[in-house]
Design a protein around this ligand. Structure first.
Ligand SMILES: C[S@@+](CC[C@H](N)C(=O)[O-])C[C@H]1O[C@@H](n2cnc3c(N)ncnc32)[C@H](O)[C@@H]1O
Length: 242
């Protein structure tokens, strides 16, 4: 397992070390040795594949926390463009008070801060402002609040912030709050957001029994949709139960 991690994440030694040790340290020295909130290895592997596949030039994530996914995005930007331009935005209102700036610290130590634009804000206020400002992103990762109404807002604004063919990915999709949001997208927004088959991006290429079971029972950890059309709907469109 650990040997596998070494080669899988060789592009970012700081991320590899965090995954191998299962621990990290905040700015004032606070130790975190249970990284339950950290994105899973599978998620990180998929995000890396999507980032490279899209050659994503601008990315956004809701929820910085320990900086696992942030390391992945910033290191991949470094690899793709080589020019630090704060091309990855990370939102997290609790980074300092709850996480002792652990995410910012690890990104800084890895020399990747130039690729990051961190905003200590709730996504519900930051995302509408980004939309109003005309920002667009090729890849968005939603891994912030896991409450239905917050994730719904992330989905609403996140999907509108996607560039053409851009992808929005949701973590923890077996959680009923998040499942409800992805179900709404499937039932009502299918003509503008197409669900992606993520199996080619998984380390097991979707061949494991565990993955096949999760697929059958719609209990996948990660779900992603690609923007294929305009997101507006007529004001009086028929309601689809979901
Ligand atoms: C599961 S963790 C993210 C883990 C991160 N992707 C990683 O790999 O290290 C969720 C994070 O979302 C943040 N969060 C919670 N509610 C939020 C909101 N409304 N807007 C933005 N971030 C939020 C939390 O402070 C927490 O750091």
């Amino acid at each position: 397992m650990k040997k596998g991690l070494s080669s899988q994440f060789s592009f970012c030694p700081a991320l590899r070390d965090m995954l191998v040790s299962g621990a990290t340290v905040g700015r004032t020295g606070k130790k975190f040795d249970k990284l339950a909130a950290l994105s899973t290895v599978n998620n990180l592997h998929i995000l890396r594949g999507l980032h490279l596949h899209l050659k994503a030039r601008r990315t956004l994530e809701v929820g910085l926390c320990f900086g696992g996914s942030c390391l992945l995005f910033t290191a991949t930007h470094q690899e793709i463009s080589g020019r630090p331009d704060h091309q990855h935005i990370a939102l997290d209102p609790f980074q300092k008070q709850v996480w002792d700036d652990a995410g910012l610290e690890v990104v800084e130590k890895a020399g990747l801060s130039g690729y990051l634009d961190f905003r200590p804000e709730f996504s519900s206020t930051a995302l509408p402002r980004l939309l109003e400002g005309g920002d667009r992103f090729d890849l968005i990762y939603v891994d912030g609040s896991h409450i239905f109404e917050d994730v719904f807002i992330d989905a609403y604004f996140g999907s509108r912030l996607l560039s053409e063919n851009g992808i929005i990915a949701f973590d923890d999709c077996s959680d009923p709050h998040i499942q409800k949001v992805t179900k709404f997208i499937r039932r009502s927004l299918g003509s503008s957001l197409r669900e992606l088959d993520l199996s080619p991006f998984r380390p097991d290429r979707g061949r494991s029994v565990k993955y096949k079971l999760a697929l059958l029972t719609r209990k996948l950890q990660m779900t992603a949709f690609q923007r294929i059309g305009v997101l507006s709907r007529p004001w009086n469109v028929k309601f689809n139960n979901f």
